[in-house]
Design a protein around this ligand. Structure first.
Ligand code: TMP
Length: 217
């Protein structure tokens, strides 16, 4: 089973994914935690280039193709083998990030983006996409605090440094994507405390597992 997590910067995805993975492990599953960009060997090199605040000279198109190169390799090297081995893949960002950030955020052509997403992934879509939705000002406050705590202000600050208006467009873009594909997306209220957010995610995961006859214990 393939689950992607989406949301604006600072929506709390990584904390929630970690907590969800622990729960799934206790229930006898072997979840694989991964992320984009940076979930494969190539991605380790690309991530700092993509997120480095000092590389702001990167053009929208160059940025796009680096995200897609990371995705193509990540699907082949990490995601498909894990799915084949029967693991539950928990992926922090995937194709919808490109539609939301490069499409809605940067204004690149959505049809073009859908086509190259499909080329990069060979058409692999998540079974479930959890959209962590919260007001932009809450997300950015969390993201800035996280960067400060982790000392990543320069190396990971590229997207957090975008304007509030940019993130608002991205957030609305995500909500539009979720409305278009309501059978794949579940919208999670990420402004709630972390434990509560995890419970909402668990309930969505459980629904999909139940549909497949594999409910959680
Ligand atoms: P994160 O891994 O900390 O969430 O940061 C990744 C950043 O990269 C985030 O601001 C969203 C951005 N991004 C895109 O713009 N397009 C993409 O396709 C992906 C995967 C991420």
């Amino acid at each position: 089973m393939f689950i992607s997590f989406e949301g604006i910067d600072g929506s709390g995805k990584s904390t929630v994914i970690r907590m969800l993975a622990e729960y799934l492990q206790h229930s006898g599953y072997k979840p694989l935690l991964t992320r984009e960009p940076g979930g494969c060997t190539l991605g380790h090199s690309l991530r700092p280039i993509l997120l480095n605040a000092r590389t702001s000279g990167l053009s929208c198109r160059a940025e796009l193709y680096l995200f897609l190169a990371d995705r193509a390799q990540h699907v082949r090297e990490v995601i498909r083998p894990a799915l084949k081995a029967g693991q539950i893949v928990l992926c922090d960002r995937y194709t919808d990030s490109t539609l939301a950030y490069q499409g809605y955020g940067r204004g690149l052509n959505p049809e073009h983006l859908r086509r190259i997403n499909e080329m990069a992934t060979g058409g692999l879509l998540p079974d479930l996409t959890l959209l962590l939705n919260l007001p932009v000002h809450c997300g950015l406050t969390r993201a800035v605090q996280r960067n400060r705590e982790e000392g990543t202000v320069l190396s990971e600050g590229r997207f957090d440094a975008e304007s509030q208006a940019f993130h608002e467009v991205v957030r609305q873009g995500y909500l539009a994507l979720a409305a278009e594909e309501s059978s794949r997306f579940v919208i999670i209220d990420a402004a709630r405390p972390a434990g509560d957010v995890v419970l909402q995610c668990l309930s969505a995961v459980e629904n999909v597992l139940r549909q497949r006859g594999k409910g959680l214990d």
